[in-house]
Design a binder for this molecule. Sequence first.
Ligand code: NAD
Length: 267
Amino acid sequence: MEQQSNVSLFDLHGKTALITGGALGIGQASARRLAEAGAATMLVDINLEAARATAQDIQARGGRASALYGDVSEVHSIDAIIQTTVETFGSLDILVNNAGIYPFASVLEMTEAAWDQVLAINLKGAFFYAQKAAQQMIKAGRGGRIINISSINGLTPTRFLSHYDASKGGMIALNRTLALELGPHHINVNAIAPGEIITPGTSAASPETLEQAGVTDMNNSDFLQQIPLNRLGMPDDIARVVLFLASEAASYMAGSLLTVDGGYLLT
Ligand code: NAD
């Protein structure tokens, strides 16, 4: 294998990335990192206004970005979104399956609608985006990368998040099967399990809701002591690892799960 320079290992010029939930939080930070590395980025989100604002911000920094409305649970919309991405930027090389929600509901009070919504967005949406992105990648014959944003909740439980925990555990299992089936098509599939990251989503939960669910406020100093690196994560902590998995540096990785949690799972 020819030795590439460190810089070219992380160069994504000529590649296109589609990031679901790319308007805010981890998806936004991932889009920024991938764009800075040279990738054209398509931000797909239900919050089109915020997605457009993120795309404009990326453009203002010299990157390539565009935004599309898309609810990942609406499988019928995916083909058109992928087609528009390819028409806009010429290819689809990297999919970041990031869109996800984490509303609280106790086991005893869970409704069918709440269960279905979380599974439809976090797991079904991720599967069909992977399927349809892979079909496009195989058609184009350029290989590709699929990066699944799971969670440490797929490995360890949180009260009141049974549907979320199931969706993220499901994603970890799905990550392996996708890697197994798509690897022969030169599509590397890998996952990230973020720990506690400060995002608009996690910041939105009120202290009362957290208390009711028996979840420690993330800013509580006792909680911080459970994290060996002694701080909460920032979206860019995850985005850097997304960049790594999208890059040539990760070219021999398939079916891996990288925990990015400041060591939280060690405690
Ligand atoms: P966030 O709520 O801050 O941002 C999520 C983005 O996804 C928003 O732009 C939102 O509009 C979009 N979105 C929501 N539902 C959508 C749908 N149906 N279709 C398309 N877009 C949709 O979330 P975040 O904290 O950045 O989390 C991003 C991902 O990371 C999620 O999958 C989440 O489960 C995972 N994660 C987050 C943390 C954390 O602590 N923040 C930890 C582990 C895993």
